[in-house]
Structure formats: structure tokens, C-alpha cells
Ligand binder design. Sequence first.
Ligand SMILES: CC(C)(COP(=O)(O)OP(=O)(O)OC[C@H]1O[C@@H](n2cnc3c(N)ncnc32)[C@H](O)[C@@H]1OP(=O)(O)O)[C@@H](O)C(=O)NCCC(=O)NCCS
Length: 177
Amino acid sequence: MIVESLQKDKHQRLSFSSGKDSPDRFLHENAHQAAAKGLSKTYVAVGEAAETVIFGYYTVTTTHIVVGELPDAIARKLKLPKHELPASLIARLAVSENVKGRGVGSLLLMDAMRRCALVASEVGGVAIVVDALEEPTVPFYERVGFRRFELGSLRMFIPMATVQEMLGISNVHRQVG
Ligand SMILES: CC(C)(COP(=O)(O)OP(=O)(O)OC[C@H]1O[C@@H](n2cnc3c(N)ncnc32)[C@H](O)[C@@H]1OP(=O)(O)O)[C@@H](O)C(=O)NCCC(=O)NCCS
């Protein structure tokens, strides 16, 4: 399986179906334009044999959170200032109905987290945020360490430091040259 940037002329985005209307419509109608306008970037998982068939995708962009949104214990632990804080957003993540339950979603989630952590190591970012589409999807994110912003909320986060530690990505700036 390969994860690569969505390419309009290569990937068969119209035949992708996750069984959920909102993520399917975004891939069919908006993902390419959103990337062209600099609003977000979409990455697709394709098989190595037929690289045109999309097994799943995720869309990432930047967002901000305010420290008051975070659970008190986390905000205290991270010692964050009380203004808007930069964060990455996994705006969408969906897997084709044909390959659900075979690890594609997990692979895409880890790839998205790695990409966000690498970006944060260069430009900053305190957390990764995700909006779980519906309540049954919450455990899919909880199993890798995401937590709800508040009880009952579908908006979830994981501290960037946790992700960087988990994936062995250094937050120390490299020397240029
Ligand atoms: C949620 C989704 C991305 C999971 O993709 P997947 O490829 O089927 O997931 P995986 O095979 O990697 O499963 C990983 C684990 O999460 C669990 N899991 C998978 N889908 C789940 C779901 N919808 N709810 C809860 N747990 C789920 C699996 O049981 C598995 O756990 P296990 O390893 O202990 O058995 C996929 O079901 C999907 O596209 N759903 C529609 C869109 C959506 O809800 N997107 C998420 C919000 S943006």
C-alpha cells in the first residue's frame, strides 16, 4: 500500500465509496479544489498493483485551539499560554467499503499523524485535532491516544508532544547548511 498526494488525473476519486455521504462527497467534489486553493491537502492510499484505485484517504489542514478548550489537567501539564494555539487538523479520514476492517484506516491515521508531527517539528503546533464523524468512530481514535475535548464531544485531540514521542520525531530544530 502506498500513501500519496491526491492527483486529479491519476486517482479514480468518483468510484470511491466509504458508505458515508459526507466524506464521499468531499473526495468526489471538493478535495482537489481545496488543495488547489491551499485550504487543505488530501492524501490517498492506493494499492501497489493498481495505483489508480483509492482504498482510503485523509485530508489535513491547520487549525487553532484555545487553551480553555483543553481539559484542565492537560493544559496545566503542557503549561500553555492562554491565547490561540496552533494545531493540525485531520479534517477527514475514510476507507473504501471494499477494504474496511483490514487496517487501512489505522495506516492512514498513523500516516496523517506522522505528517502533522513532521510539520509541527518545523513550524510549531501543540496538538492534532480530529472531528470523529459519529459516536461509534470515537474508539477508532481513542485506541491511538486521542481524547475528547469534553464529555460527549466528537471533537478530539492528542498533544503533539505525545505524537512526536510515539513516532520518534524530534522537535529540536535542525541546523540549516
Ligand atoms: C472509521 C474507519 C476510517 C476505520 O477504517 P478501517 O480501515 O475499517 O479501520 P481498521 O481496519 O484500521 O481498524 C482499526 C481498529 O479500529 C476499529 N474500528 C474500525 N472502524 C471502526 C469504527 N467505525 N468504529 C469503531 N471502531 C472501529 C477496528 O475494530 C480495529 O480495531 P482492532 O484492531 O482492535 O480490531 C472506516 O470505518 C470509515 O471509513 N468509516 C466511514 C468514515 C468515518 O467514519 N471516518 C472517521 C471520521 S472522519
